[in-house]
Design a protein around this ligand. Sequence first.
Ligand SMILES: [Fe+2]
Length: 338
Amino acid sequence: MKNRFLPFCSLALVISSVLAAPAALAADNDDGIVVYNAQHENLTKTWVDEFTKETGIKVTLRNGGDTELGNQLVQEGSVSPADVFLTENSPAMTLVDNAKLFAPLDADTLKQVPARFRPAHGRWIGIAARSTVFVYNPSKISHAQLPVSLMDLAKPEWKGRWAASPSGADFQAIVSAMLSLKGEKATLDWLKAMKTNFTPYKGNSTVMKAVNAGQIDGGVIYHYYYFVDQSKTGENSKNTQLHYFKHQDPGAFVSISGGGVLASSKHPKQAQAFIKWITGKTGQDMLRTNTAFEYAVGEHAASNEKLVPLDQLDAPAVEPSSLNSQKVTELMTEAGLL
Ligand SMILES: [Fe+2]
């Protein structure tokens, strides 16, 4: 199915490069840029297709997970073929930034995203955001029984009643926010109680499916799994609802997906143009209209109208560059979760 469209797509790319290419950027860039992409493939693909159509700059995607691609960049160092790195969560951006592999982003690009959705140092930027939620099965948990805080899930009454995907970067980002907000001791205690109380699944979709099927009462995931499923058949979410913790609780953490340009990029202008484009008007507006259901983070950019508005989530303030994935892995290992 995919291959049938390839010749057409390449033809379209050629035509669009000829017709629409701003000469300065596309001319010296026959081979285009390489993006190490840990964001959802379909979201990045919608961005890339439109970006290439508008600018004539070709983009090659190498897809993988946050931690996998972050570690790969650190290993490759200055000889990496990557021009751009996109993630689902910010801890992988910090991993790469700590290895001093990012170039500063253009000031015009930084201006497009409010300060709370990007680190102050300006070496990467928020491209989208996702909210932590508690997905639950209302036939198992009444409204009155819902946890007030994510921290409550450590209590004995939650034993055997909730699920998560601890090996995933999504869940680990939530733990990194808890670590930043509550400190090391409270986080380790919570993780140890989690080990006793929770049931592990691989992947957030699997967690939601289990809740939907009544195998488990609730689970800690991100919001878009529910909305994406609802926009299709709803078969994996029809028996579930989302609980937003709000009140600046660690469970109300909004995780920032990041984008950055590698200092070793051989096409820095094109790479900077790509990050500017996805954080700009057209790129951010696609988050309102497409079916990724992630939040837009651009200045004055609206998110999909089906979502609870970002400013109503009452998320805790967390400096995205302070999230420490290495410490999280250590604590989760100590608690027996990894
Ligand atoms: Fe995810």
